[in-house]
Ligand binder design. Sequence first.
Ligand code: ZN
Length: 222
Amino acid sequence: MKIACLTFNPIQENTYVVWDDTNECAVIDAGNSTSKENAALDAFIAQHGLKPVLALNTHGHFDHLLGVEHLRRTYGIPFALSGKDAFLIETASVSGTIYGVAIGSMPVQVDINLDERREIAFGRTLLRVIPTPGHTPGHVSLFEPQTQSLFTGDTLFRESIGRTDLPGGDYSWIMRSILDELLPLGDDVRVYPGHGPETTLGHETLYNPFITEVLNQEVGYK
Ligand SMILES: [Zn+2]
């Protein structure tokens, strides 16, 4: 599986285009928010000869949703999200106003409910759907075992974690998600977060202060 990261919108959100040798591609967390950003994403897809077949999201925050409707309309592809995060689509315009970001068309429907899927496929690639609630109630991480690639959305960042003070957020849940669901995947797993640079699970085990304070038993998280 090949991975490209395009960073979009004023929140500097990482949109990932992933594809394999069939040239079918999925777009994870499409955050493109202007006609210029839409054109940049379309140009990337065209230049690489890719065929989008799926828009899928780690979670339902507006900065990760801004480009989904463009993909649905342009390529006629389904949109996959946890049903537990669908409520966030309805409050997206309010959230956008708070951050000063113009919200265009939001996805009108969730076509595939990720709560009902343990994996999701495109081309010859299978992505494992791992529920990682805490940043939002329906947050999932997506793991591709062959290349050991993990898309963590806003659950795990390089040396940080996602906010848990927004509606539906919960500190204990996000720490359980990271410690019990993600770290056991192994130190060599490459992490592609929703904001900021890539990392590995091994690096985070050593240097992420939110993880080390729990591992050192300075903080209880249960
Ligand atoms: Zn978020």
